[in-house]
Design a protein around this ligand. Structure first.
Ligand SMILES: Cc1cc2nc3c(=O)[nH]c(=O)nc-3n(C[C@H](O)[C@H](O)[C@H](O)COP(=O)(O)OP(=O)(O)OC[C@H]3O[C@@H](n4cnc5c(N)ncnc54)[C@H](O)[C@@H]3O)c2cc1C
Length: 307
C-alpha cells in the first residue's frame, strides 16, 4: 500500500469501469449491433463469456496491446516458450520433473509439508503451488479437512466454463498458397455465438512456421465449445464424437473447401480427451467468474487495504 496507495487512489473514479463488464461500457458507447456482436465475440474468445460477463480490464488490455503491437508467433510453437522457461529454471539450479503425477498435497498439523507422487515418492517442501484447477486441487489433491469448510464449499461452487471439442488434422498443402493462419467461423449468424458448435476457432500454425509439419503438409487445430453434460464412454461415444466434430469440419470447409480430401492424419478430441490429458475437472477452460462478482471482490479488496 505504501508503494502503490496513491496510484490506487487515482483509479477510484474508474472503479466502476475497472470492476464492471465490457457489456456495461458497450451499452454506453456502442449503438451498431454488428460492432456489439463483434465485441461479444472478442470477449468470448478471451474469457469464454460474452461482453456482459467479461471483466472490462481484461479486454482493455488486449485491445490496447493490439493497437500498438503486432501479433507475434514464436518460432517452434509455444513449446519454444516452454523450453526457454525450462532453460531459465535450470540455470538457477532448479529442476522440472515431467510425468510426475502429484497424487496428494501433504499436510501436517495444518501446514503443507510437500507432495506425494504416483509411485509413492515424497517430495518435501515448505511451499506447494498447485496449478491444477481449484476443483481438482480441492477434491483430489487435498482432503476436505485440510481446508476450512465454508471456504472450500464457496471455492468449489465457482461456476465452470465449459469444455471443447477439438480437431487435429494433418493435410496436404499443395495449392494452398496464400492461406492465412487464424480463422474464426460463426457457422450460423442467427444462433448465439456461445452455443456449442456454432463458433469455431481454427489455427494453421505451419503457415508461419513450416517446421511444424512434414514437407508438403499443414497442421490444423480447430476447436469449439462443448458442454460436459451427458458425455461418457459408452457404445455411442465414437459416433457422438464424429457427429460433434462435424461443425468443425464445416467451419474448416469455409477456409479450405476441399479439406476432407486433403486429410492425411485425423484426430478428434472430445471434452473427455481434454479432461484426461490436462487433468482438468470436466475438461473446463477455467472458472466462469462474471464481471459483477469481480467488482464485489475488488470493493472488498479495497476496503481490506484501507483498513
Ligand atoms: C482450446 C483452448 C484455446 C486456448 N487459446 C488460447 C490462446 O489463443 N491464447 C492464449 O494466450 N491462451 C489460450 N488458451 C489458454 C492457455 O492455453 C492456458 O491459459 C495455458 O495453457 C495455461 O497454462 P498452464 O501451464 O497454467 O496450465 P496447463 O497448460 O493446463 O498445464 C497444467 C499441467 O498440469 C498437469 N497436471 C494437472 N494435474 C496434475 C497433477 N496432479 N500432477 C502433475 N501434473 C498435473 C496437466 O497434465 C498439465 O500438463 C487456450 C486454452 C484452451 C483450452
Amino acid at each position: 500500500m505504501g508503494k502503490y496507495g496513491r496510484a490506487l487512489l487515482k483509479l477510484l473514479p474508474s472503479l466502476a469501469d475497472i470492476g464492471g463488464s465490457v457489456g456495461q461500457i458497450m451499452d454506453r458507447w456502442v449503438q451498431d449491433p454488428w460492432v456489439g456482436r463483434l465485441i461479444d465475440l472478442e470477449c468470448f474468445f478471451l474469457s469464454g463469456l460474452k461482453a456482459g460477463g467479461t471483466v472490462a480490464p481484461e479486454v482493455a488490455f488486449m485491445f490496447g496491446e493490439r493497437s500498438h503491437s503486432v501479433i507475434e508467433y514464436p518460432v517452434g510453437g509455444s513449446g519454444a516458450i516452454v523450453d526457454a522457461l525450462v532453460r531459465g529454471l535450470e540455470r538457477w539450479g532448479d529442476q522440472l520433473r515431467l510425468n510426475a503425477r502429484v497424487e496428494k498435497i501433504l499436510i501436517e498439523s495444518g501446514k503443507v509439508v510437500g507432495v506425494l507422487l504416483r509411485g509413492d515418492e515424497v517430495i518435501t517442501a515448505p511451499t506447494v503451488i498447485s496449478n491444477a484447477t481449484v476443483w481438482d486441487t480441492y477434491t483430489k489433491l487435498l482432503e476436505p479437512e485440510d481446508l476450512p469448510h465454508h471456504y472450500r464449499q464457496a471455492a468449489l461452487a465457482t461456476p465452470v466454463v465449459e469444455s471443447f471439442m477439438h480437431l487435429h488434422l494433418g493435410i496436404r498443402s499443395d495449392g494452398l498458397q496464400g492461406l492465412t493462419e487464424h480463422h474464426v467461423v460463426v457457422l450460423d449468424g442467427g444462433v448465439d455465438i456461445s452455443s456449442p458448435g456454432n463458433t469455431c476457432m481454427i489455427s494453421i500454425p505451419s503457415v508461419w512456421d513450416a517446421h511444424l509439419a512434414p514437407s508438403g503438409h499443414h497442421v490444423v487445430h480447430a476447436y469449439t465449445l462443448e458442454s460436459f453434460l451427458g458425455w461418457h464412454k459408452d457404445e455411442s461415444y465414437s459416433q457422438r464424437k464424429r457427429e460433434k466434430a462435424e461443425s468443425l469440419f464445416q467451419a474448416l470447409e469455409r477456409v479450405i473447401p476441399d479439406v476432407r480430401q486433403r486429410i492425411t492424419l485425423e484426430l478428434i478430441g472430445t471434452l473427455l480427451t481434454h479432461a484426461r490429458f490436462l487433468r482438468r475437472f470436466q475438461g473446463t477452460y477455467g472458472p466462469a467468474i462474471a464481471a459483477r462478482a469481480v467488482f464485489l471482490g475488488l470493493i472488498l479488496l479495497f476496503l481490506v487495504c484501507i483498513e
